[in-house]
Design a protein around this ligand. Sequence first.
Ligand SMILES: *[C@@H]1O[C@H](CO)[C@@H](O)[C@H](O)[C@H]1NC(C)=O
Length: 359
Amino acid sequence: MLSTGPQLRLLQLLSCVTLLLLFGGSSAKRDLKSACSTCRKITDDFGKGYDRTAKQNFGGGNTAWEERKLSKYETSEIRLMEIVEGLCDSSSFECNHMVEEHEEQFETWWFKRKTKHPDLHKWFCVETIKVCCPKGTFGPDCNACVGGSERPCHGNGMCDGDGTRGGSGECSCSHGYEGEFCLDCIDGHFNEVRNDTFSLCTECDSSCKTCTGGTSQDCDECKDGWEEDDQETCVDVNECSEDASPCEEDQYCLNTEGSYSCKPCDKVCSGCTGEGSDKCQACAGGYEDAEGTCTDVDECSQSEPVCTKEHQKCINTKGSYVCICEVGYEEEDGECLQPPQPEKEEETEAEETGTRTEL
Ligand SMILES: *[C@@H]1O[C@H](CO)[C@@H](O)[C@H](O)[C@H]1NC(C)=O
């Protein structure tokens, strides 16, 4: 028991060191990848600068002396400087730092190596300052990616750190592929072609969860919403044919491939088997069955009147009716009354006339 304390402390210390190593390691790897992409950008921009200055010369007149000099601009230090100055945005620290640090290397290449090593990226980034690796290789020693440098990840994925001095060389597979070597197919895909170095994964039929071929007969297992028939083919389950409808009362069930949906019944129905007023199980209130279709009941023309108050008239509506007062009557407390005669207005007019007459 006494030894638990120190042991625990040692364990804690060890895990701290491990964490440091892990994080230190991963950020260093990231730096290595970004150093390579900085270098790649520099050499790409060098190429652009080279093209841009191709038709330039020292400028000025056209004397014999200049004519002679003109042919020299092509390989001059001035042209090199013009190219190098255009390599980095002033805001890019990494780029400016790299160019400044290796300015001499550009001169060396420009004057001594260009002819023998025309690929500046390869000479500068890969072989000289060693921040990149050849395509298909990764890490400090430029080892081959998983699956080989010719076709990393067997052409079905991306190799971590590909072309840089960083990364792990492991594959992240393209859609449809899985496994360390990106040769296996994910569920829902099958190997159309496969050998030790080559794999082509194709999507299964939409009825399969897993399969060995491209049709609904090639399923190993059916997808949800599909079931195997007696010919071992995956066929759609008709969820709507089951005894208890999976839908609500005022909905009908619509079967779809691999699934179903619930749609609202027509307003004239009370329960239905499909879309429209002729697919009702029963008619909604205010509607009656007329030759298989639910149609509006005209309450106003029934033998028994529905609007019973005096001076009321009946107006039929879809699924119902309303009682309103006849023209000339207004509703008050549920009764249809004749509004009082507009006497007041006449009195005012008379008064006014009277006043004017007096004047
Ligand atoms: C694997 O298959 C591919 C494509 O069919 C073919 O090009 C390659 O030669 C094959 N490799 C082997 C080892 O059989």
